[in-house]
Design a protein around this ligand. Structure first.
Ligand code: ZN
Length: 420
């Protein structure tokens, strides 16, 4: 825009220019200083005002209140037994410095949270860590930011309350006799054990010292274990295979389910490129998350997850949890019996590799407590020889059966105690 002014006004403009310019400079300096202050105050670090704890029947809540708006990053960490670190949920609060005087909430002993820790991670980040007593899944907690962005609320679901809800719903379902009570820890007079000798047929499994094949030692072991189990009144053992045939992993579980088994045991031999490695380990099934269990439910009973009603979902969820809990207990009894008996018999300390959990496919379809035993290392000359010897097979099967008996009697005691 180019507007021409009449001549008469021009002098005022000239004078105005001489006065206005310094004023303008002053103003610019003044405002830029103000903005500078604003910038500086924006950059001064945020601080935690306090951390509070509240709880309701369904939830526990940790609120982190800050002086200013906050941006943060949250992360969940698995437990680390070696370093004695529990499950952890942590928040990195950006542009925040640690105030040592921050008021930290007292956590009651009944809480799912063990304690709260605060540390200065680096110059600009403060980390707030919640040590969690037991594993929680992603859907068990929520992190919400307040509207004014100055508070972060961590909401942890009370699992006990949720469990009670589930237990009530399951009880109703069981009473409708839609599902067998056996899975929930009931007992029957006859205990059926399905033994699954790993691999077979076109799948030899691992090949070890002097070409010892895993499928062969698993079959011999399985046959021996069947003998032990069948010799005792009140027990019946069924093999998924009693010859050198191939079975898919799913078929093995199906055999156990069809036979209404109480216990499923898959027998394997371990292998390692380092032939010096020896030892025994027992696995039970565990999912990485509840989401996984949902997918299994969909595959097992229904065509799509969307067709699964909430109630059936809850029921299956609990069955899975119960199966996993029972399987971990079974793993404990069998594993300890094996380690003790073999150490006694061979007068040497067997390398105890412990009880582990993994998403073992062969254990997914079974509806009863199930474990997978890596009996010894076929790749180690000494253990390969042992695996082939009748004496060792005998001791090992006897100890596995011992563990089964201990598990059964413990379960009966527990069931009788809790039965109405
Ligand atoms: Zn195997």
């Amino acid at each position: 825009m180019n507007k021409r002014y009449p001549l008469t006004i021009k002098p005022y403009f000239i004078i105005g220019r001489y006065i206005a310019t310094p004023v303008l400079i002053v103003l610019v300096v003044f405002f830029s200083t103000l903005t500078g202050y604003a910038e500086a105050s924006k950059k001064s670090p945020n601080r935690i005002k306090n951390i509070t704890y509240t709880h309701t029947v369904k939830n526990e809540e940790i609120t982190i209140l800050l002086e200013k708006e906050i941006s943060y990053q949250a992360c969940f960490l698995d437990h680390n037994p070696k370093q004695k670190l529990p499950y952890r949920l942590y928040l990195d609060l950006h542009d925040t410095t640690l105030d040592t005087k921050v008021n930290k909430a007292d956590i009651p002993s009944s809480s799912a949270i063990k304690r709260i820790r605060i540390a200065q991670k680096n110059n600009t980040t403060t980390r707030v860590v919640l040590d969690i007593k037991n594993k929680i899944f992603r859907e068990d907690y929520k992190i919400i930011q307040s509207k004014n962005q100055k508070a972060i609320i961590i909401e942890i679901e009370n699992k006990k309350a949720k469990q009670n809800d589930k237990a009530r719903l399951v009880k109703e379902l069981v009473l409708s006799e839609k599902h067998p009570q056996k899975i929930l820890g009931g007992t029957s007079d006859l205990c059926t054990v399905v033994i699954d000798p790993g691999h077979g047929g076109k799948d030899p499994g691992a090949t070890g010292y002097q070409k010892t094949r895993e499928k062969d030692v698993c079959l011999s072991l399985g046959l021996k274990l069947q003998e032990h189990i069948n010799s005792k009144k009140g027990y019946k053992a069924i093999l998924t295979r009693n010859s050198d045939i191939f079975l898919s992993l799913d078929e093995r579980g199906i055999i156990a389910n069809k036979n209404n088994a109480d216990i499923f045991i898959s027998l394997h031999a371990n292998s390692h490129e380092n032939t010096k490695i020896t030892g025994i380990e027992t696995y039970y099934l565990s999912f990485a998350s509840d989401e996984e269990a949902r997918k299994v439910a969909a595959r097992e009973n229904f065509t799509t997850t969307s067709k699964i009603s909430d109630l059936e979902m809850i029921f299956f969820d609990l069955l899975q949890n119960n199966k996993i809990n029972q399987s971990s207990i079974l793993a404990g009894y069998v594993h300890n019996a094996m380690v003790n008996k073999i150490s006694d018999k061979y007068h040497e300390k067997i390398r105890n590799l412990g009880i582990k959990h993994a998403p073992m496919r062969v254990l997914i379809n079974t509806e009863m407590p199930c474990i997978l035993i890596e009996t010894a290392f076929i790749s180690n000359p000494k253990e390969a020889k042992k695996l082939k010897s009748l004496a060792f097979q005998n001791t090992l099967s006897a100890s596995i059966f011992n563990g089964i008996e201990n598990f059964k009697s413990a379960r009966e005691t527990a069931f009788n105690k809790t039965a109405p």
